[in-house]
Design a protein around this ligand. Structure first.
Ligand SMILES: Cc1ncc(COP(=O)(O)O)c(C=O)c1O
Length: 293
């Protein structure tokens, strides 16, 4: 087992992978990315991730046909080569290499980079007791549905959260509209239903959130997608984050105040367990293993 990379057609050990300093991903953050989790060597929800990658590429007007690139089989090959049972496939596509000037020359060829590493594991205490979050001002741009690598607001806000002793922060707009975490979507439980902000341009349309809504349907739990005000979030019965690497992560306090009784809620536990089993093809989902990608 080893961490490996793929750069423009060639697989190599991670430490040998390089790109040009004239790459627009480096110069301007002119690039998009995806993170796909693999369980038992199999990519989970790959079709959804690649669909979103296509959306991000179109939004940045980067011309690259993912089917021609055979991206799906490259991801599978990388997962086989790295050999990790639970792996994280990272894909980054930049506009390409050119002398630094805002307008890229015509015909520029996108740079395609992938890395394959072990899937980060969420700590047992975080899963058992939930995490503490803080709220933060929404300082990002108007196209947050694009999974772009220009993540400075997210990075700085996460740094502030960690410096303050919080696990993460939730972006909240000046009018109190709840957006999302720095690398996750946010869901609250109210009256037995899952309630989460509208998947418009202001947030990333999480593949995990989509999967969670399907788990909820399987469990007979209703979902409501609508604007969520911060006051409502503070008064939630339960709260959790969703992301590819953190799966379903319980939140038990916000800005130092407990959510409900400050314990991980019953519905959150059911969502965590159901997602865990679906992703790994366990329990009632054993027969779905082959279709999980
Ligand atoms: C800002 C943001 N929101 C939400 C998510 C969750 O998306 P997904 O569930 O597809 O991993 C991410 C994941 O990285 C993210 O960066």
């Amino acid at each position: 087992m080893q961490e490996i990379a793929y750069v423009n057609g060639v697989f190599c050990p991670m430490e040998q992978a390089t790109v040009s300093i004239n790459d627009r991903g480096f110069q301007y953050g002119d690039s998009v990315y995806e993170v796909i989790a693999a369980y038992g060597g199999r990519p989970f929800r790959m079709a959804d991730h690649l669909h979103r990658l296509g959306t991000s590429l179109s939004a940045l007007r980067i011309e690259l046909d993912l089917t021609t690139l055979k991206i799906e089989s490259l991801v599978r090959e990388g997962l086989t080569r790295c050999g990790f049972d639970e792996a994280m496939a990272y894909i980054q596509i930049t506009r390409g290499v050119a002398p630094r000037t805002h307008i890229a020359p015509p015909g520029i060829k996108p740079t395609v980079v992938m890395t394959f590493r072990p899937l980060p594991q969420v700590s047992a205490p975080a899963k058992e007791h939930g995490v503490a979050l803080m709220t933060a001002a929404e300082i990002r741009w108007a196209m947050c549905y694009v999974k772009a690598t220009t993540l400075l607001p997210n990075v700085l806000t996460r740094m502030d959260a960690r410096a303050g002793g919080f696990h993460d922060a939730i972006f909240v707009a000046p009018d109190g509209d709840v957006r999302e975490g720095t690398s996750s979507n946010v869901v609250m439980v109210r009256g037995g239903r899952l309630v989460f902000p509208c998947r418009d341009a202001s947030i990333l349309h999480g593949v995990t959130l989509l999967t969670v809504t399907q788990c909820a349907e399987h469990l007979g739990i209703a979902c409501e997608e609508r604007p969520v005000h911060i006051d409502e979030l503070r008064a939630a019965d339960e709260m959790f984050l969703t992301s590819t690497t953190e799966e379903v992560l319980p939140v038990t306090s916000l800005d130092g105040r407990p959510i409900a009784d400050g314990q991980v809620g019953a519905i959150t536990r059911r969502m965590m367990a159901t997602y865990h089993d679906l992703a790994r093809g366990l329990g009632v989902f054993q027969d779905r293993r082959r279709n999980s990608a």
